[in-house]
Design a protein around this ligand. Structure first.
Ligand code: 6GU
Length: 230
């Protein structure tokens, strides 16, 4: 089997990741050795007795800034463990995270994910110890932890062996780059609402055409931007 893909996450809240990383497909990927996630508490690299990791901003203003010393010590330690992995800061100022980003990250020699908190990290750390910055969308989160989980979940799906055959085929099907077609399961009639007859017809070609049409229609209605560059 291929070697396990290593992701080291630098955070002030390692416990935040416990349940999401042990559940569902991510949990299985870790259990089966496809993925390894190391959680590192940045606070463990603080040297003062209060283990201080943030400080007030120079120039004044609201909020706190993550101070350089513990964060850089944690980054240096991560570099030693994963010398070829990109150091990625999760921040609303980063490049937009897309499916293509996720596919390319799965090709890296592991990942070092840095979860920023408070009003951000010291600019000197960003400039000299970070390779890349990623945002998961135009909204405000309390910190990079949720974004790091998004990256882990999405990247993990591209690792060899993680998805079953059926799921891999679905990901590569015509619906790639479009919204999904509508799905139904039993019962055939539910509170007066019926499953479309075509799905019960057993005619695979007709079903596939119907699904492609529905996916296209839904994408046109809800996300025309997805069809723009095709
Ligand atoms: Cl990566 N971090 C934070 N704090 N907020 C975000 C984000 C990241 N992406 C969107 N909003």
């Amino acid at each position: 089997m291929s070697q396990s893909f290593k992701i080291r996450i630098l955070t002030l809240f390692p416990e935040f990741f416990d349940s999401p990383l042990s559940t569902s497909l991510t949990g299985k990927a870790i259990e089966r050795g496809h993925l390894e996630v190391e959680l590192v508490d940045i606070r463990d690299f603080a040297t003062d007795k209060h283990r201080k990791c943030d400080d007030i901003p120079y120039g004044g203003g609201a909020g706190m800034v993550m101070k350089p010393e513990p964060l850089v010590a944690a980054l240096e330690d991560a570099r030693e463990a994963l010398p070829d992995a990109p150091r990625i800061l999760l921040t609303p100022q980063g490049e937009p995270f897309e499916q293509a980003t996720s596919v390319s990250l799965a090709d890296e020699a592991g990942l070092i994910l840095v979860c920023g908190r408070y009003e951000g990290i010291d600019e000197r750390v960003r400039q000299n110890w970070i390779d890349r910055e990623i945002s998961i969308g135009d909204y405000v989160l309390t910190g990079g932890e949720v974004a790091a989980l998004v990256v882990v979940d999405s990247v993990m799906r591209h690792l060899p062996g993680v998805l079953g055959n059926q799921e891999s085929v679905t990901e590569e099907s015509f619906s790639e780059g479009m919204l999904e077609y509508p799905q139904y399961t039993r019962p055939r009639s539910f509170r007066g609402h019926d499953v479309p007859d075509i799905l019960l017809s057993g005619h695979h070609e007709n079903i596939e055409n119907w699904r492609r049409e529905k996916a296209l229609q839904r994408t046109r209605e809800r996300r025309p931007d997805l069809l723009d560059d095709e």
